[in-house]
Design a binder for this molecule. Structure first.
Ligand SMILES: [Mg+2]
Length: 367
């Protein structure tokens, strides 16, 4: 089998409400969906996380020609061609995101051609259900609105909820934390995502002031560039520190893990380097005794890839889900997500179990 063509579809969906985090708000979601075609008539889909326009330009102007003619079964060769075979290496950034998407699509093709789910190719199933958490309680001026949103999510059966705060200094966020904790009760696990919104000093204050709220993990308290600050914070923090959604490749995670800077790491398959790279990152994290909760906040294509990875890698935990209705999820899946008792069933499907119907491209596609 040979790769004959690669196209990038940019999908855009206006949101029902502004999603506000520490670093500002956004009103649309945009996805770069990469479609790899072959001479066998099988196509595969992957998703790159980052600037969709940059990913599209890189694939169109640079990567498509380099992998056209390669066998999509030879995923290590495709990876090497896209990531490691240049004279000057792209070590992170949009190139790695674009390569991640193409690599993901090759797994989809291989699974379809062999008529097996991708998790079979990654080592086989190690679990039948994936415990999930909802990550879509966004910052609101009105703490009551956040509490209401958290209550809605718990009402749907989620036992773990993540809230986004940090738009104000730590002391001013206490009413929001209190309102949400009171709304969900003591038995629900609560995570806090700061989206790298604090400086180290504010983060130090936050871990002291927020102790009473029984926080499962504090995510990206400071800039992903400040590994040393994260390390200091972690050494003092009563709550676990999570980080990694803005990190690239095995080497990036090695730095994080060698520094003992996080209790949980969060590689994004569409950003870190693809499925094989993320599997390798999981193995490295395993050697450090650090669990992996992959970052999964985009379309159904990334969701599917994350499900296949987590189904086959034992040291992964907690599947991230967007319950807001803003994500383009089911429209891109060939299986219906079955969610019960806080967990998602691992699906029966071939490949990743994804599709890009013409109607969806018409509805959400942008040129
Ligand atoms: Mg996050």
């Amino acid at each position: 089998m040979r790769i004959t063509d690669i196209r990038v579809h940019i999908l855009q969906k206006p949101l029902k409400s502004t999603m506000r985090i520490s670093r500002g708000g956004f009103t649309v979601r945009r996805h770069a969906i990469v479609e790899v075609s072959t001479d066998a008539g099988i196509t595969g889909l992957g998703e790159g996380i980052g600037s969709p326009e940059s990913i599209r330009a890189l694939v169109r102007d640079r990567m498509a020609a380099r992998v056209t003619g390669l066998d999509p079964f030879n995923i290590e060769q495709v990876r090497a061609t896209l990531i490691d075979n240049d004279v000057y290496f792209e070590r992170m950034g949009a190139s790695i995101c674009a390569a991640s998407a193409i690599e993901m699509a090759c797994w989809d093709i291989k699974g379809k051609a062999l008529d097996v789910p991708v998790y079979q190719l990654l080592g086989g199933r190690c679990r039948n259900t994936l415990e999930a958490y909802a990550s879509d309680v966004y910052w609101e001026e009105d703490a009551g609105k956040m509490a209401e949103n958290a209550r809605r999510i718990v009402g749907r059966g989620y036992r773990t909820v993540k809230i986004h705060i940090g738009a104000r200094p730590p002391r001013e966020e206490i009413p929001r934390l209190r309102a949400v904790r009171q709304a969900v009760g003591e038995k629900i696990e609560l995570m806090v995502d700061l989206n790298a919104g604090y400086h180290a000093l504010d983060a130090m204050q936050a871990i002291e002031l927020w102790r009473e709220f029984d926080i499962r993990w504090l995510e990206e308290p400071v800039s992903p560039n400040e590994t040393a600050a994260m390390q200091r914070l972690r050494s003092k923090s009563p709550m676990p520190i999570a980080a990694g959604e803005n990190e690239f490749r095995l080497h990036g995670f090695k730095t994080l893990l060698d520094a003992s800077a996080a209790d949980v790491i969060m590689p994004d398959i569409g950003r870190a380097g693809g499925l094989m790279e993320t599997r390798n990152i999981c193995a490295l994290a395993g050697a450090h005794g650090v669990p992996v909760s992959p970052h999964n906040f985009s379309s159904g294509v990334l969701l599917a890839a994350t499900v296949h990875l987590m189904a086959s890698v034992p040291n992964t935990t907690l599947l991230e889900m967007d319950t807001s209705g803003n994500a383009i999820y089911e429209e891109l899946l060939t299986w219906k997500p079955a969610f019960a008792d806080g967990s998602l069933d691992v699906p029966e499907c071939t490949g990743l179990g994804v599709a890009l119907p013409e109607a969806i491209v018409r509805q959400y596609g942008v040129n």
